[in-house]
Design a protein around this ligand. Structure first.
Ligand SMILES: C[S@@+](CC[C@H](N)C(=O)[O-])C[C@H]1O[C@@H](n2cnc3c(N)ncnc32)[C@H](O)[C@@H]1O
Length: 622
């Protein structure tokens, strides 16, 4: 209903061409759904009617414009029926919906269909929607055990049987479950005596380590790295010794991590591990699922108590950037033992010019110290287009209202306007830092159609140390997400003593033209790139002579590497490393660029997340 109402609303305000323009203007937020679009369209109307005219014709300076926009948006929320318009409502468990989802799962499980992975995802959603201790939940667990059995995952099958019983599995069906349990135990015994295991077998390299001694105050940084500052790049990291391809110079732990929506019923919301056969639900919302009670309790303690009552609405109507900002606020408040006043005093005394991830002593750092390094990340607010800033104020106002209305923060701020304002400032601040300092994490997803793997996003992460690295469209280091949540910075192009380390923020000269990169970085991150590739006009891979198919079919390129055993990939990576070190002066050539890409894929396979799905498909249809 909201979609058609919204389209109706839009068509009364804009013609189709204008509407397209609005969508494009804010396309860096990658707004895919009609519900998210409705935020943009409401905002567009507001922007066109009031803000744009005043901001552009009112002769307002930056501060005045900011205050004017904040006031106007505030007034808008006081008068506009936004609750109905955005269909905002508390997230409650719903057994009828859980039953519907389970029925759809059963259709996927049917012997003629056998789409087990789809069935499991539907059962997981059904479990997330069902009430605690309900028959709906118990049956969904039992159905999941049935699929585990079919996939020869007997330990997971037994775990689901246990979960079903704990959730009051109905007596009338108990016999069926008992039989399955006996069969699973027998099959497991047989496997054990045959020396095989029913669970997925993993083939990974040993844990990655720093290639040099660590900094005295920071065990996660090689002691050759130094933080500098200049007008051109702001803060940046240089090396005081030569670095070669393969050197590992940082291993950073993200301050926040969010999982993308399409993985919600496949991976743990806290540790991001792929656990689709045994996920358990948060009891407060229908959004997050976890691999264990331990992850669930850590998530709740670290951030979820503030997210739980609002996350479904926030996810529905905003974007990944907004969820990441919300999580940052929640984690920040938790770092101060949920004492907003203490947090305010800390922030009032914080000298942002003196604090960063290189100045604190990580050996003794408290959660407040770590939080401070996040708080001082750059925002580029001065460079932001006014329209983007308006969008951010709009989303911050919406999230702030939801936090006040539905979480314990409402009570904390009730009698204290200063704390209420602090909360708004924090949401807006993190919306801006997140856009500037967030990095996408990847995993190798199994593709049944090839069969092979492709690199897919798992979610967003924001790091204290990695955020000090600037961008280059021809980067010399690579951000490698590790399986334990952390990320390693690995050299992919030799860096001479005194030179700066550069990451790619996702815009590489091999894939995009200079114009495309410049525009995208300006739109999404708010800066004009002045890297070597932009200054010297480095060509794309296709311009360098690459065959179109090789480039546009990365999965084929991947399969040759990724389907190999770990030992073989280690050998390949070693050969590639030598080639990249020996020929760096010739960069960029087709062979060097391609080898660099292949080298990064080897690292992903050796140290990153790989989809477990490869192990399931032989028992079912894609
Ligand atoms: C993740 S932060 C990097 C650290 C940042 N220099 C600082 O002082 O906090 C990203 C910001 O650094 C600046 N930056 C990064 N790469 C750049 C580049 N190639 N050219 C110009 N500015 C860049 C931009 O302001 C960008 O928004």
């Amino acid at each position: 209903a909201i979609c058609s109402e919204n389209e109706l609303y839009c068509s009364s305000v804009f013609d189709q061409g204008q509407l397209e323009n609005k969508r494009n203007t804010i396309n860096m937020y990658q707004l895919p759904s009609a519900e998210q679009l409705s935020v943009v369209t409401v905002l567009s109307k507001l922007w066109d009617e009031k803000l744009k005219y005043r901001v552009e014709h009112g002769g307002l300076n930056a501060d005045e414009a900011f205050n004017f926009m904040t006031r106007e948006i505030d007034t808008f929320f006081c008068t506009f029926p936004y609750q109905q318009h955005f269909n905002l409502c508390a997230d409650v468990k719903n057994n009828a919906r859980a039953r519907d989802l389970r029925t759809k799962g059963n259709e996927m499980f049917h012997p003629k269909v056998k789409r087990y992975i789809e069935a499991i995802k539907l059962y997981n959603e059904s479990i997330a929607c069902s009430e605690k201790g309900s028959e709906e939940r118990a049956i969904a667990y039992a159905n999941r055990s049935m699929i585990c059995y079919e996939m020869h995952r007997y330990e997971d099958c037994l775990e689901n049987i246990r979960l079903a019983r704990d959730s009051n599995y109905p007596e009338r069906l108990a016999e069926k479950l008992k039989k399955r349990e006996e069969n699973a135990k027998k099959a497991l015994e047989m496997m054990k005596s045959a020396g095989t295991t029913s669970q997925a077998r993993k083939d990974y390299a040993d844990e990655i380590k720093l290639s040099f001694d660590a900094h005295e105050n920071a065990p996660q940084i090689a002691n050759c790295l130094e933080l500098r500052k200049n007008d051109e790049f702001g803060r940046h990291v240089v090396t005081n010794r030569q670095l070669n391809v393969g050197d590992v110079v940082m291993i950073d732990t993200p301050f926040v991590n969010v999982l993308f929506d399409d993985l919600r019923y496949i991976r743990c919301a806290f540790c991001c591990g792929e656990r689709l056969l045994t996920l358990i639900p948060c009891e407060g919302c229908t959004v997050d699922m976890y691999c264990s009670e331990e992850c669930m309790s850590k998530a709740y303690k670290e951030y979820h108590r503030y997210e739980c009552p609002i996350i479904r609405d926030v996810r529905r109507i905003t974007t990944e950037y907004a969820w990441t900002a919300l999580r940052t606020v929640a984690k920040a408040i938790a770092s101060f033992d949920h004492d907003l006043q203490a947090m305010k005093e800390h922030l009032d005394g914080l000298d942002a010019s003196k604090v960063n991830a290189f100045t604190i002593d990580w050996n003794t750092a408290t959660s407040k110290d770590v939080y401070s390094t996040m708080h001082v990340l750059s925002t580029n607010q001065n460079l932001n287009k006014r329209e983007i800033l308006t969008y951010e104020i709009f989303v911050a106002t919406l999230i702030h209202l939801l936090l006040i209305q539905r979480t314990e923060l409402g009570l904390m701020c009730e009698a204290n306007p200063e704390l209420r304002k602090l909360l708004f400032d924090l949401v807006l601040h993190y919306l801006q830092t997140v856009r500037n300092n967030t990095f996408k994490r990847y995993f190798l997803k199994y593709l049944t159609s090839q069969p092979s793997y492709s690199l897919e996003g798992t979610g967003f992460s924001c790091y204290p140390l990695i955020s000090m690295l600037n961008h280059s469209c021809a980067p010399n280091v690579f951000n490698l997400p590790l399986r334990d949540h952390r990320s390693a910075i690995v050299v992919i192009h030799p860096v001479r003593k005194g030179e700066q380390l550069f990451l790619s923020y996702g815009n590489d000269h091999t894939k995009q033209s200079r114009k495309e990169r410049q525009e995208e970085l300006w739109e999404t991150r708010g800066f004009r790139c002045r890297c070597k590739a932009c200054l010297h006009g480095y060509p794309t891979l296709i311009e360098l002579g690459g065959a179109r198919e090789t480039y546009f079919q990365p999965s084929r390129m991947l399969s040759a590497i990724v389907m190999q055993e770990t030992k073989k990939i280690l050998e390949l990576a070693s050969e590639m490393r030598c080639y990249l070190n020996d020929h760096d002066q010739k960069y960029p050539t087709y062979q060097l660029c391609l080898t660099q890409m292949h080298y990064m894929i080897c690292l992903e396979k050796l140290y990153g997340f790989t989809s477990d799905s490869a192990d399931y498909w032989k028992y079912c249809n894609p």
